[in-house]
Design a protein around this ligand. Structure first.
Ligand code: DLZ
Length: 155
């Protein structure tokens, strides 16, 4: 267990095809999330591929397409920072509810790496960059692999 309560999953990714779907807003934090997810998947031995989308609102439809086209799991990465208008609530709710629906409708795992933040500093601390205290991209990737394994253990 980490100090934040996240489990150490240590799953193998051999034989698992994963698409990382990453939004493009707040690129410094995003680059950290993508790096963490890619490192976690590669070191686990998974076959991984990166697709970029404009914003977090576009994550669900592209995750659905990746899963329909043969991916065993997706890792959705986004950064949504609260601003002076209600956009934060709308984009965060659309991404979260959409990704939940994609997972349930497809029956395949969606690693949830969408950060909803009050400010950029919170994101930099969670992005898996030098000096960050957490690596949310890696956590989302490991969760996706562990969930593929959990589903495969049932059949
Ligand atoms: C429009 C918008 C705003 C204001 N903020 C964010 C954000 O903080 N993070 C993010 O990922 N996307 C944001 N977007 C873009 C929307 O997700 C979407 O790409 C556009 O509304 C176009 O459909």
């Amino acid at each position: 267990m980490s100090i934040h309560g996240a489990p150490a999953l240590n799953v193998t990714g051999t034989g698992i095809r994963v698409v990382i779907v990453a939004a493009s807003w707040h690129e410094t934090i995003m680059s950290g999330l993508i790096g963490g997810a890619t490192r976690a998947l590669t070191s686990a031995g998974a076959d991984c591929h990166l697709v970029r989308v404009p914003g977090s609102f576009e994550l669900p439809v592209v995750c659905a397409a990746a899963l329909a086209n043969g991916a065993d799991a997706v890792v959705a990465l986004g950064v949504i920072i609260r601003g002076g208008t209600p956009h934060f609530e709308y984009v965060a709710a659309a991404a979260t509810e959409g990704l939940t629906r994609v997972a349930l409708d497809s029956g395949k795992p969606v690693g949830f790496g969408v950060l909803t933040l009050d400010n950029e500093a919170q994101g930099l601390d969670r992005a898996g960059l030098p000096g960050s205290s957490e690596d949310k991209g890696a956590e989302a990737a490991e969760a996706a692999l562990a969930t593929v394994r959990a589903i495969r253990s049932l059949v």
